[in-house]
Design a protein. Structure first.
Length: 176
């Protein structure tokens, strides 16, 4: 719960700081973006779905930071016979962008995440948390000045007893 609070506070701080930074430092070349989309989490022996939102700041053309929050959809029946549900996932990333056209970018990102799972086996429910080092890559294409689509892959390597995960995502992107 503590990590959920820290991640939520970090994302809230970015959201509050965005308008203030835009007003007080217009020449810093900082741009803000948000995404909303679908993520397919594949931790070890399960296949889980989530709605994922991101808020990010881009510093010039090549570097940025972003916060991510996902809420699980449904559950998966794992190989062990247990039903697994992703309650939520939070992560903070550093992002490196490579512009390949005026309206298209490739990017790589790395960061740290927190996952909260619910497992049910024979009527017994147990929750557990996991932390992970995350890294991935993707691309985004803007079909107008501020609206686009993003595709990405992220690998979550658990630092503790939790499962590793491969995450594929597609999202709508909006530049503020």
């Amino acid at each position: 719960m503590k990590t959920l609070f820290i991640a939520a506070a970090s994302i809230a701080a970015l959201a509050v700081a965005a308008p203030a930074m835009a007003q007080t430092a217009p020449n810093t070349n900082v741009s803000w973006y948000g995404t909303l989309g679908y993520s397919d989490f594949n931790p070890d022996s399960a296949n889980l779905s989530a709605i994922t939102g991101r808020l990010g700041a881009r510093f010039g053309q090549y570097f940025g930071v972003e916060g991510e929050l996902s809420g699980g959809l449904g559950e998966s029946h794992g190989n062990s016979g247990a039903d697994i549900h992703l309650n939520n996932e939070e992560a903070l990333y550093g992002v490196a962008f490579l512009p390949i056209a005026p309206n298209a970018d490739l990017f790589a990102r790395g960061g740290y995440g927190w996952e909260d799972y619910q497992v049910s086996l024979n009527g017994v429910n147990n929750g557990f948390n996991s932390q992970s080092w995350n890294f991935g890559a993707g691309g985004q294409y803007f079909f107008s000045r501020s609206n686009g689509v993003r595709l990405d892959y992220t690998r979550e390597d658990a630092t503790d007893h939790g499962p590793n995960a491969n995450v594929w995502a597609v999202a709508y992107v909006h530049k503020f």
